[in-house]
Design a protein around this ligand. Structure first.
Ligand SMILES: [Zn+2]
Length: 471
């Protein structure tokens, strides 16, 4: 495969001889780009191109969408975070992210402004936002309409953690979307139960990382999922569950969907590839695997793969969190409750899912594309993204299925000092990444500049105002 940089507003680039993968299948096709968009698919398009890229032997995947990242910071000066996180994104074939902006000093709009300023200056990937609401006040509820006008059409509440929402809070946010439109996302763990469990563990001197998992047993996810499903039904609004980790939660979502209720969910790559036994490792080695909900069992992994295949789970995201060992995971020296939760993986999703999913026979290539690009782009109404089709953004990953990728945290592009996937040898490698028609990654080298990413003004998708409780 030979790559050439293509620039210019009406420049035409032709990918010749590759295999295009979409949510519905894979087929040999040439792809012609014009400027920032895909112009045509087919054969005999060669005469019209300014640049021809020989894609023989390569897969052409739509640029991946990561609809669950934690890159920005409430600190407006933290530009490095966006540069590092999105450099990892594009190196991993992810051309569009939806980052979780946070309510700041009580205000949603203020939070959005802080996140947008960082992304606008630092993002390599195109970017949109969800908004975390952790203080449900009348003022915050009133601001939701403004957020929707700004293209932020999803709102996340936590049922656990320091700023957990009560059932009343969740209902108020859900009901607000009846008039504003938008989708409510739920972090589903029972925070009260977890708090008591953590107190008990610490009081009896259990401080190691494995206690992070034992204090957040699977029932704490199931209870919260079932409760939120009820809240969604009462409010007659859809619910989206982030990072589902257990078999029982997948089953609960399946029951709600079978009953016709608009319940959607995702899982994350680490719940598919890593299991709870990693947390048994002593000290910081166990703390490297702390995320919430915790890693589970191999039986849960099987259920999550199956949930993805059956589309009970719409997406596989990263929940990327850039906590290093130094000054982060090393707080396990105090105890597990002091360790920040979250795993870094934004740059590894494609190769991990290709190895553990496609090559090991758990999913097909079209299923990989569905869960990493097409489905999240449609669900979160991300304009131009998620498939290679005329009129869509020319976001294309050239993937060599016979290549190989070794995951190694030294020189990590996201600035994190470890990887939970250290030493993983995955088949397949990313040859090049095009974002809106421009070659931005050429064999591991980033050619774009920070701030090249563009804001993604999202619409409602299926989640406009009114009663949207039915699937
Ligand atoms: Zn998250």
């Amino acid at each position: 495969v030979r790559l050439k940089a293509s620039q210019g507003a009406h420049m035409r680039t032709l990918f010749r001889g590759g295999t295009v993968v979409s949510a519905s299948g894979e087929y040999r096709s040439d792809v012609l780009l014009e400027g920032e968009q895909v112009l045509a698919l087919g054969t005999d398009l060669g005469l019209e191109a300014d640049v021809v890229v020989d894609a023989g032997g390569a897969l052409l995947l739509p640029g991946l969408v990561d609809s669950h990242t934690h890159i920005g910071s409430p600190d407006p000066g933290k530009l490095d975070a966006f540069r590092n996180g999105t450099r990892g994104a594009v190196l991993g074939g992810t051309t569009a992210i939806v980052d979780f902006a946070m309510q700041s000093d009580g205000s949603l709009l203020d939070g959005l402004q802080r996140w947008r300023a960082q992304a606008s200056a630092g993002s390599y990937a195109d970017y949109g936002f969800h908004m975390i609401i952790d203080d449900v006040t009348p003022a915050a509820l009133a601001e939701m309409a403004r957020l929707v006008e700004e293209g932020v059409t999803s709102f996340k509440v936590f049922l656990s953690g320091a700023k957990a929402a009560s059932d009343e809070d969740v209902l108020r946010v859900l009901r607000q979307t009846t008039s504003t439109g938008g989708l409510v996302q739920v972090h589903a763990e029972n925070g009260d139960a977890i708090r008591v469990n953590v107190e008990n563990a610490l009081a009896s001197g259990r401080t190691e990382a494995i206690n992070h998992a034992t204090t957040r047993p699977r029932e704490t996810e199931l209870e919260a999922v079932e409760r939120a499903i009820h809240l969604g039904a009462w409010a007659r609004r859809p619910i989206f569950f982030v990072h589902i980790s257990t078999k029982e939660a997948v089953q609960a979502i399946g029951r709600a969907r079978a009953g016709g209720q608009a319940v959607h969910a995702e899982t994350c790559v680490h719940y598919l590839v890593l299991a709870e036994d990693r947390l048994m490792r002593p000290g910081v080695e166990g703390a490297k695997y702390m995320c919430a909900p915790p890693l589970r069992t191999e039986a849960d992994q099987r259920s999550l793969w199956s949930g993805l295949r059956q589309r009970l789970l719409s997406a596989c995201t990263t929940d990327h969190c850039a906590h290093s060992v130094k000054g982060g995971k090393d707080r396990i020296e105090v105890d597990f409750a002091h360790v920040p939760n979250g795993l870094p993986s934004i740059q590894h999703r494609l190769v991990l899912l290709y190895e553990y999913g496609v090559r090991q026979g758990r999913i097909t290539l079209p299923e990989l594309v569905t869960m990493t690009a097409t489905s999240p782009a449609r669900l979160f109404d991300i304009p131009g993204k998620g498939e290679i089709a005329p009129g869509m953004d020319a976001d294309i990953v050239l993937f060599d299925p016979e290549g190989s990728t070794l995951i190694n945290a030294s020189g990590d592009p996201t600035g994190v000092d470890y990887s939970p996937y250290e030493g993983e040898q995955c088949r397949g490698s990313i040859v090049g990444v095009y974002r809106r028609g421009s070659l931005i990654v050429d064999r591991g080298e980033v050619l774009a500049s920070p701030g090249d990413g563009r804001y993604l003004h999202r619409g409602f998708g299926a989640f406009g105002p009114g009663d949207r409780s039915a699937l």
